[in-house]
Design a protein around this ligand. Structure first.
Ligand SMILES: Cc1ncc(COP(=O)(O)O)c(C=O)c1O
Length: 203
């Protein structure tokens, strides 16, 4: 029966229950023990495990620094602050993303200018970025949307030409590669959400 498609009565190639994809993240005994060990030490804040995670995450990306934050939104807030976004500045963001990619821009007194996305990647369109640049533009926010890397070569070229900072929102694309290089390593700073629904889900 192996040479017949399942739809024609052959053996099924995928045997797992389709509803299993909604059981996420996978939680095993090892994870439960790791959490319990932190609780048992009664030191849930500013502890070694966070520092170890920061170091390993930075190392994985070949970066010098990693900073653990309480949410991806806070991580992006740090990134925007870190590159100096402030009152009166404009940040060019993709018009399709989760709202938290852009919201920290307002918290810093700056404003968001939306750019179009590309039909094949659903990520920000480098040609449209260029049309949105004004004398107030300070940075470009790139979201590697639904695990599809944005066209970083063309985006970095525009950023260089106009002397703009680049922030990458890697919340949908942990471990994704653009031309063999990890996304999140192209711009000036990156933020990663690790909330429950993400592929790298640690809360
Ligand atoms: C693209 C994107 N950016 C940022 C965030 C914000 O992350 P968090 O929910 O961890 O604050 C999310 C979360 O869903 C997201 O999908």
């Amino acid at each position: 029966m192996k040479d017949r498609l399942a739809i024609l009565g052959g053996e099924k190639a995928v045997k797992s229950d389709p509803k299993d994809i909604f059981d996420w993240p996978i939680v095993n005994k090892e994870m439960e023990e790791a959490v319990l060990s932190v609780l048992r030490k009664r030191s849930m804040s500013g502890i070694d495990i966070t520092k170890e995670f920061e170091e390993k995450f930075a190392q994985w990306h070949g970066m010098k620094y990693g900073l653990g934050c309480n949410t991806g939104t806070a991580a992006l807030h740090c990134a925007f602050f870190g590159v100096g976004i402030g009152k009166g500045d404009e940040v060019i963001c993709p018009s399709v993303t989760y709202w938290a990619s852009c919201l920290p821009v307002f918290s810093l007194g700056a404003t968001v200018v939306f750019a179009d996305i590309e039909p094949d990647t659903l990520c920000i369109d480098p040609l449209d970025i260029e049309k949105r640049i004004t004398e107030r533009t300070k940075a470009i926010l790139v979201v590697h949307y639904c695990a599809r890397p944005a066209d970083m070569d063309r985006i970095m070229k525009v950023a260089k030409k106009y002397n703009l900072k680049v922030i990458e929102d890697v919340s949908h694309a942990h471990g994704a590669l653009y031309k063999g290089r990890l996304v999140g390593t192209f711009g000036d700073a990156s933020g990663f959400s690790c909330m429950t629904g993400k592929s790298f889900a640690i809360g």
